[in-house]
Design a protein around this ligand. Structure first.
Ligand SMILES: Cc1cc2nc3c(=O)[nH]c(=O)nc-3n(C[C@H](O)[C@H](O)[C@H](O)COP(=O)(O)OP(=O)(O)OC[C@H]3O[C@@H](n4cnc5c(N)ncnc54)[C@H](O)[C@@H]3O)c2cc1C
Ligand code: SF4
Length: 561
């Protein structure tokens, strides 16, 4: 039984351990939650194995910044390279809903150009799909979350949103003021997967700003509240606090299930006709590498040597400005206004691709950390800065870092509490990335000054890890095909942010969920063939809107088709 918000009052189905299920999904996060729901609704026997807890939104979440620490994957990881990434609360979630529980819920789409970066700009890679392939899924997921935003969104492929935009908070006001002064178009009130009106059994936002702490209200979309309830109603099982340690390969070259540890450290094996990895851009390659076995000494699905490679993070510098008048940046969702005016490659720049500028609204603890980083504030100096919190606004830049072969996840010699080698993440900025970040930082600072800030400082950081098991048409240079099926093993799939070949400067969550719904449609159309045949049907499947959670049927007020 789970909390009142999800309104689920039926016992969850439990498969017996010796039963062979149709699909075992590793990780019930942004992608895993959508997959689980679609496959259960289509009638498959499906188990989601999740390393973190099954959150009860009423009981487990607190309106307290420090109290939200448990939402994150804070298990040990090793970071390295010339520009090491901070790992922990800055990247993935742990628990049912995964990163969608603590995301800020900005939901821009990728642009059509993102799918052909190599062809257009001679850098990065092309995707094996086009914008047209994913567009119906963007439209569908924007209804399922649903996304609030303007009636006309001008960048990429212009479109509108079903739910109206949110009112502005102080940071949004500052972004509008700065952009308007510099003649930069800005999107107001979204796109963000936060309710601007009630939807199904979920109420609208109350603007308290605790989105990154796991919205207790239920106004912010997470798969925990959007897809998991329907998955359970339709017979899916979620086994929480279960850490998958290895994917088992059978003698016929097909996987047979997954080994996992329960909360007490006991080992189990879940048999499955097919396995889908949805564990995030670090844990998915780690699991493939940890599943090495005779004949696959370098990890499963790694004949290309690409597992773990081409890991990407977006540049996520936070630019903070002090204003004479109070801003009170806690009084709104952090995500509520942005500009994508600098998203595309501009021949006048000395770099390829581009960046976005967005509102962010750090709460006091995060703000304190940023002041330590940006101003080396400490002791009484830090107290003074924190007492001044209400006068500060923060913008985040989101810059496209290209996929590089040497940015990668490998296995460390360090072990976790189960004795499994932990991920070693190695990251280096290349010349294009450095130039892009410099330009993005200067532009964001210029906007902050133009908004009227009297002091502007910044903290360098990164956001949103994707890649490391990329999709592609060529099995020699990619891990999965355009549906997420590994090139090497016919009944092993990857479905999460790790399949991105490039990342644009849009936040990745919407694309991750759209790809999950697309993979599910493919699996459903293929039916039992996935379980028995090694042949690959590369024809795209029709979109199955009727498999959406029923809350989206006839609800909401679509304003643009
Ligand atoms: C502070 C913050 C704000 C963000 N804001 C935004 C935003 O505004 N918009 C946006 O688009 N994105 C945002 N993101 C990014 C977004 O949350 C992630 O990109 C997205 O959730 C990744 O989805 P995923 O399916 O790849 O992995 P996840 O959602 O992280 O799911 C992976 C799940 O797998 C589980 N798992 C991993 N390994 C195992 C294993 N071996 N066994 C069992 N379970 C396992 C994990 O516990 C986790 O629950 C934000 C991220 C952070 C940190
Ligand atoms: S601001 Fe809105 S979406 Fe964010 S936590 Fe509060 S109610 Fe939830």
């Amino acid at each position: 039984m789970i909390g009142s918000l999800q309104s689920i009052d039926l016992p969850m189905r439990r498969f017996r351990e010796y039963e062979e299920v149709d699909y075992a999904i590793v990780g019930v996060g942004s992608a895993g939650g959508v997959l689980l729901q679609r496959l259960a609704r289509a009638g498959f026997n499906v188990v989601g194995l999740e390393a973190g807890p099954f959150w009860d939104t009423e009981r487990d979440w607190v309106s307290d910044e420090a109290g939200s620490h448990e939402l994150y994957w804070t298990e040990p990881r090793v970071t390295g390279g010339s520009d090491p990434l901070a790992l922990g609360a800055n990247n993935c979630g742990k628990g049912v809903g995964g990163g969608s529980v603590h995301w800020a819920a900005f939901t821009p789409r990728l642009h059509p150009s993102d799918f052909e970066v190599y062809t257009r700009d001679g850098v990065g890679a092309d995707w094996p799909i086009t914008y047209e392939d994913i567009k119906p899924y963007y439209e569908q997921l924007e209804l399922e979350m649903p996304v609030a935003g303007p009636a006309y969104y001008p960048w990429g492929h212009p479109h509108g949103y079903a739910y109206g935009p949110h009112p502005m908070g102080g940071v949004g006001d500052a972004l509008i003021k700065g952009c308007t002064a510099l003649n930069i178009p800005v999107s107001i009130g979204g796109p963000v997967a936060i309710l601007s009106g009630s939807h199904g059994d979920r109420p609208h936002c109350i603007y308290r700003g605790f989105c990154i702490q796991g919205c207790k209200v239920g106004a912010k979309a997470s798969t925990l509240v959007t897809h998991v309830p329907d998955a359970l109603k339709k017979g899916a099982e979620i086994r929480d606090l279960c850490m998958v340690s290895r994917v088992e390969l059978g003698q016929n070259g097909r996987v047979t299930g997954v080994h996992y540890y329960d909360i007490d450290g006991h080992t189990h094996f879940q048999r499955a006709k097919a396995v889908i990895l949805s564990g995030y851009a670090i844990e998915t390659p780690r699991l493939l590498l940890n599943s090495a076995c005779p004949g696959f000494e370098h990890g499963l699905a790694n004949s290309s040597g690409t597992v773990g490679r081409y890991l990407m993070a977006q540049a996520g510098n936070v630019v903070m400005g002090r204003f004479d008048q109070p801003v009170r940046m806690y009084k709104a969702p952090p995500a509520h206004a942005l500009t994508e005016e600098f998203y595309e490659t501009n021949p006048e720049n000395d770099f390829a691709r581009g960046f976005a500028i967005q509102t962010v609204g750090p709460l006091p603890v995060a703000f304190g950390k940023q002041m330590i980083a940006a101003k080396k504030a400490w002791g009484w100096g830090l107290r003074r800065e924190m007492m001044d919190y209400n006068h500060w606004a923060a913008f985040g830049l989101l810059g496209e870092i290209l996929p590089w072969k040497d940015n990668r996840v490998t296995l460390s010699e360090d072990k976790d509490r189960f004795g499994l080698p932990v991920a070693h993440v190695s990251f280096h900025l290349h010349e294009n990335d450095k130039r892009l970040i410099k330009a993005a930082k200067e532009k964001t600072e210029a906007v902050m000054h133009a908004a009227g800030a009297t002091e502007v400082v910044q903290e360098a950081r990164y956001a949103h890890l994707v890649g490391a098991c990329r999709m592609g048409a060529d099995p020699r240079t990619s891990v999965v095909d355009k549906f997420g099926r590994t090139h090497d093993i016919a009944n092993l799939f990857v479905c999460d942010g790790s399949v991105f070949p490039t990342q644009g400067s849009a936040n990745p969550g919407l694309t991750i969920q759209a790809l999950a719904a697309r993979t599910a449609d493919y699996l459903i159309t293929q039916g039992d063939k996935i379980f028995t045949s090694n042949e690959r049907d590369m024809a795209s499947a029709p979109i199955r809107r009727e498999l959406a959670p029923p809350e989206t049927w006839g609800k909401g007020v679509p304003r643009l088709k």
